[in-house]
Every structure is written in C-alpha cells, then in structure tokens.
Design a protein around this ligand. Structure first.
Ligand code: ZN
Length: 430
C-alpha cells in the first residue's frame, strides 16, 4: 500500500538522526517534516521559566568514542547514536577500565542490544553498549572522548496549525526527542504527519493543531506559552508507539468521559479488532502534562503496546524491524475515523416530533420492507428521529442504538435532506 510506504519511508529518513530534548537533531527532524506539512518551528531560549521547570541548556554532539590502546574505537557514537547517553557532558580523558565502568550501561538479559539512557537534568556522562561488548573490554586504560556542547541555546519544537470553521481545536501531540528509536517516537511522528497531511487537504469544522515536541519539557513549555488559549482545545490525542505488532491501547483522558474518550471507544468497538481501553494514570507520555489538574484537558493517549511492556522498548531493538507497516496504517485509520466522527458529531432537532413521520411517502423506506440490510437502515432512521430532541448528539444516538456512527450519520443526512431534521446551532459557533 502506498500509505504504508510513505509512513515507513519517513521513519527511515528520520531514523539515523541523533535527537534529544534540544539541539540540531530536533531541528533537522522538523525540517524534514516541513517538507510534508506546514510546520512552524518555534525556539524557546534556555533559562526560560515554564511553570515549575526551566528550559535547559541546548545539547549538541559531534563525536564520542572509547578507544583502546591499539587505537581502535571499541565504543563509537558514529556507528550508533544510542552508544552515547543523551545529554552527556564533554569528556576528554585517559582512564582506567575501573574508572570507566560506572559510566557503562548494558542489558545482560539482551546481550546484543544497546540500551537507551538519558541524563537531562543531572550532569553526567555515559556510554551504552551491547553487553557482549562490555565483556570484551580488557585493556587497562582507554581514551574517552565526548565531543559535546551544553550551552545556552533553545528548546525547539514544531507546530502545524490548520484553521477550521470554528476556533475550537483538535490537538495532536507526539514526542520528537528520542534518537534512533522507531516505535517509541518515530511511529507517532509518522502517523501524526500523515494525519496532518490528510486533514490539511480536507474541509474542516474544527481547527487542528499538531505538536512535534520533546517529551515532558516540550509539553510543559508549550502549555506555559499557550496558557491563555488552551481552553480552545475541545479534543486531544497524544500519539505514540503505534507501529509495533500489538493491539491498539487507548488510555482515556483524566476526565474519563470526554467526547474524545467516547469517540475512540466507539470507533475501536466497531472496528472489530481486539483492543484495550484503559483509564488515565499519571505516568506515560505528555498526557501527564495536558491532564495535570490545572489544565485537565480532554486529551487521551493512542498507542499499541504501552511503553515498557515490550522487551525492545528503549533499546536498539526498537528499530525498523519492530515496525509493522499495517500497524502504522491501521493506527492512522483509527485516528482519522475518530476525527471524522468528531467532525460529524452534531446535534439535530426532529422537525416532526409528534408521532413518527411517514417515511415511505418521502422515499426513506427503500425497496421491500423486511429485508435485513434495510432493517438496520430503517432502525437508524428511527433512532435518529426519536433521539434528536436537541439534547443528544449523533454519537449519543449511535451508542444508544449500538450502531456504527457512519450509519447514524447517513440516516441523519437523509433526514436532513427530507426536511425532517435540522441541525441545532450551538451558541458561539458559526
Ligand atoms: Zn521513550
């Protein structure tokens, strides 16, 4: 499928880049995304206060290695960017193996995998390597070089805003702060880019805002800078870890019964695939910030296998081999269906509410009565007529009737066409 191809090719292009919560890797990533969607790059200076946090120094790295006495790089950032702990301070020193050991990280249970480690908020340095390679280290002394900079600079993030008929927004957020890791960060980026491309090409009722931000500090910074306008966010999704072979997991917003929670629940239930829906908990991705009590935004988290629940998580085994193109495209389709539902979830009023109007006379009862497929179509018409008292939106009706939203929406469209239904104009909307 073309769709799978475009998602995977974007991930391949982004995979080699050394990203972190700040620095050139994030800018390079955003510049690649800019080729596909209208993305604004924003830069917030180091030292800026953002609620209880401070935007950190910008980190960049050009080279890092551990060299043995024969002049061979036994650990080399150039061969895999996971080899260097993210935010490692500069180092240039000869040291004994014993001095070096506390700075080496490996995974004894998976000796062929390189772990992913960070130290953003505590000055430190370290190398991550395959456990098999740790066991081969035997020289007494090594040259340790980390050619990195930690300087006043910027936190960079990307924002794509697609204005709709109304200023109320659908927010989509994904993190862009992980280096060469595929499911954790690149899959969410790829699906968010594709959703933005699709929505940019469509007529929209809602406005859509896509954020490509470093995890935690990025969402905190964004919220601090947009505190005055976050009330426009009517629906939101954090999209992350959407490319593995696992089933879809949807983590509800803190509100628990937001329209987004109900829309996603409805779409997944009618998709006919195994999935799980879990309640909010204050751990995970940027929903932690969007759903902090001072904001309590209706933002859920859409993923497949939750973070930490697959062995490849935060290791070099989270690479392109872990990604299933059909998982990416399936994730995209579910999210798009949810957006379509939100766009169409309107409130109507029955214009002929005293007893049932005569549908046959208006051509709404098609062909011969009693046929199976006509029955559910007729049932959808009757549900929409009965519940369209101005207090129930189409999703309420679809859930009550236990029919797919699309069927209820088609029934409503037919009834509007026949003059039996009128949309209730919400106060304040165009
Ligand atoms: Zn992660």
């Amino acid at each position: 499928m073309e769709l799978d191809g475009s998602l995977v090719s974007l991930m391949k292009e982004l995979y080699p880049i050394c990203r972190s919560i700040t620095g050139e890797g994030v800018r390079e990533t955003l510049r690649i995304i800019q080729k596909r969607i209208p993305l604004e790059m924003r830069e917030v200076p180091s030292g800026t206060k953002v609620f209880d946090w401070t935007v950190p120094l910008e980190w960049n790295v050009s080279d890092a290695y551990v060299m043995d006495r024969a002049g061979k790089r036994v650990i080399d950032f150039q061969s895999h960017n996971l080899h260097l702990m993210s935010y490692s301070v500069p180092v240039r020193k000869k040291m004994s193996l014993e001095e070096l050991r506390p700075h080496l990280f490996s995974l004894p249970a998976h000796p062929g995998w390189i772990p992913y480690r960070t130290s953003y908020y505590k000055e430190n340095w370290g190398f991550c390597l395959r456990h098999a390679d740790v066991e081969r280290l035997s020289d007494e002394e090594y040259d340790v070089v980390i050619d990195s900079t930690l300087q006043a600079g910027f936190l960079t993030y990307g924002e794509a805003y697609l204005p709709g008929e109304v200023s109320e927004e659908v927010l989509v957020s994904c993190h862009v702060c992980h280096p060469s890791l595929c499911n954790d960060n690149l899959s969410g980026i790829a699906v968010a880019v594709k959703l933005a491309e699709t929505m940019a090409a469509r007529a929209r009722r809602y406005s859509y805002r896509f954020l490509f931000i470093p995890g935690t500090i990025g969402s905190i910074t964004w919220l601090a800078q947009n505190e005055q306008t976050v009330s426009r966010i009517r629906h939101g999704l954090v999209v992350t870890g959407v490319g593995d072979a696992g089933n879809v997991t949807y983590k509800k917003s803190r509100q628990g019964n937001a329209e987004m929670d109900r829309a996603m629940t409805h779409v997944l239930r009618h998709a006919g695939e195994a999935h799980s829906i879990i309640d909010f908990f204050p751990y995970g991705y940027d929903e932690r910030q969007f759903c902090s009590p001072g904001f309590n935004l209706p933002v859920g988290c859409f993923m497949r296998t939750p973070h930490g629940q697959y062995p490849e998580y935060h290791s070099s085994a989270d690479n392109l081999d872990l990604i299933r193109p059909e998982s990416l495209s399936g994730s995209y389709e579910h999210c798009l269906k949810v957006f379509e539902l939100l766009e169409g979830n309107r409130v109507y009023v029955n214009q002929s509410p005293k007893c049932e109007p005569q549908l046959g006379r208006r051509g709404l009862y098609r062909s011969v009565a009693g046929q199976q497929e006509n029955q559910s179509r007729e049932l959808a018409l009757l549900w929409v007529l009965n519940m369209s008292d101005g207090r129930h939106a189409l999703l309420d009706i679809a859930d009550r009737a236990d029919l797919p939203f699309g069927q209820i929406q088609s029934a409503a469209d037919a009834l509007v066409g026949a003059g039996l239904l009128k949309e209730l104009q919400r106060p304040g909307s165009a």
